[in-house]
Design a protein around this ligand. Structure first.
Ligand SMILES: *Cc1c(COP(=O)(O)O)cnc(C)c1O
Length: 370
């Protein structure tokens, strides 16, 4: 098989999302060196574009050279040291992953749990912090892609303000889809990924560190276990000095740059509105067809809809039919939703009414109702 033999698929799963032609073209542009002044200008513009998306003035804002999980790893490994306490909200796959990473760093992990499909009540997080006031971090997943839940951030961020504890937030599925507002929400470390609402191929993890987070990093007594993800070393490349650390993935950075230009052209608020409108349209249409929405009412993500199939139908064969007969990818359920749920992403370039219409026509074909 050759790559050119791959047939296109409409990507309406939990990521990756559809990539526009313009971005693929940018990615195919001539590779230059990672120290070439032209590339450094592109890199600086990417970092500035990311500040706008994150809603921050943080100096240390850049794309980590790997996927969203590397953003998660970079967040934790830079601010945590063995023996530190980490309070972590767990109500799905990605909270579970955060807790596992913190344990591997050698931290004392205090989980604050909620049933999958429900938010973690902010008061539960604040109470856990009162019980462990010396915790180094509190970490929450803003958009839990395994369940479709939108976690409120403001109360926790406000409670931690002026405190030594750092607020770490996973915005992999939220950045570009719903407001993240890093500075307004009192977030100290926030990371994302390119292949969800930014509509850029997977491979980079936008990340931002507040001055408070950078001060904590400066006061570490041991270096981070990861040399590759050490922000103090990466800072040497991003800053005036332009010191080589690792080779930036040039063409992936081109793609992210073009993705940010596209969002800027549309306008960030218009981009949020588009995600919100199509998400609501899909959710209504699925309910009309007898599907039930899994995520807690009032806390549903527009960009990721989790639905249980009607009449306890098994999801696997129908999802396979969507892919094979209709060339549409949706995600299967995870955890308690395994075997009976779909996770439908309307992210980035996939967040439009045409995607919804194509999906509904295919759903009606594989699962006739009435
Ligand atoms: C997709 C995702 C990740 C992991 O990102 P990868 O790019 O798959 O490494 C982390 N957190 C959340 C909430 C995600 O949706």
């Amino acid at each position: 098989m050759r790559v050119s033999d791959i047939q296109p698929v409409l990507l309406l799963g939990p990521g990756p999302s559809p990539v526009r032609e313009r971005i693929l073209k940018a990615m195919a542009h001539d590779t230059v060196g990672h120290l070439d002044p032209q590339f450094l200008t592109i890199m600086d513009e990417v970092n500035e574009g990311l500040r706008v998306l994150f809603g921050t003035r943080n100096r240390m804002t850049f794309p980590v050279s790997a996927t969203g999980s590397a953003g998660m790893q970079a967040s934790l490994v830079n601010v945590l040291e063995p023996g530190d306490t980490a309070i972590i909200g767990v109500n799905g796959v990605f909270g579970t992953r955060l807790a596992e990473m913190a344990r591997r760093i050698g931290c004392e992990v205090v989980t604050v749990e909620a049933e999958w499909g429900r938010i973690i009540p902010p008061d539960d997080v604040i109470d856990a912090h009162k019980a462990h006031p010396d915790a180094r971090v509190v970490a929450l997943v803003h958009a839990e892609t395994s369940t479709g839940v939108r976690q409120p951030l403001g109360e926790v961020g406000a409670a931690l303000r002026g405190n030594a504890t750092l607020f770490v937030v996973d915005a992999v599925t939220s950045l570009g889809g719903i407001p993240v507002d890093v500075d307004d929400n009192g977030i100290d470390v926030c990371y994302s990924g390119t292949q969800k609402c930014l509509g850029v191929p997977p491979g980079l993890a936008p990340i931002t560190f507040s001055e408070k987070a950078m001060a904590r990093i400066d006061s570490r007594t041991t270096p981070p276990q990861s040399w590759y993800l050490d922000v103090s070393l990466i800072a040497g490349y991003l800053g005036e000095e332009r010191r080589y650390h690792h080779t930036a993935p040039i063409n992936s950075v081109y793609a992210l740059h073009e993705g940010l230009v596209i969002i800027e052209e549309e306008g960030l608020d218009a981009c949020f509105r588009r995600h919100e409108e199509v998400g609501a349209a899909l959710q209504n249409a699925m309910v009309e067809r007898g599907f039930s929405l899994f995520a807690q009412e009032g806390h549903r993500l527009p960009q990721l809809t989790s639905v249980e199939l009607p009449d306890g139908r098994e999801e696997g064969p129908l999802r396979k039919a969507l892919l094979e007969d209709h060339h549409i990818e949706v995600g299967g359920g995870l955890g308690p939703g395994k075997g009976k749920m779909w996770r439908i992403g309307l992210m980035g370039a996939g967040a439009n009414h045409r995607s919804v219409e194509r999906l509904l026509a295919a759903v009606d074909a594989v699962l006739p109702t009435g």
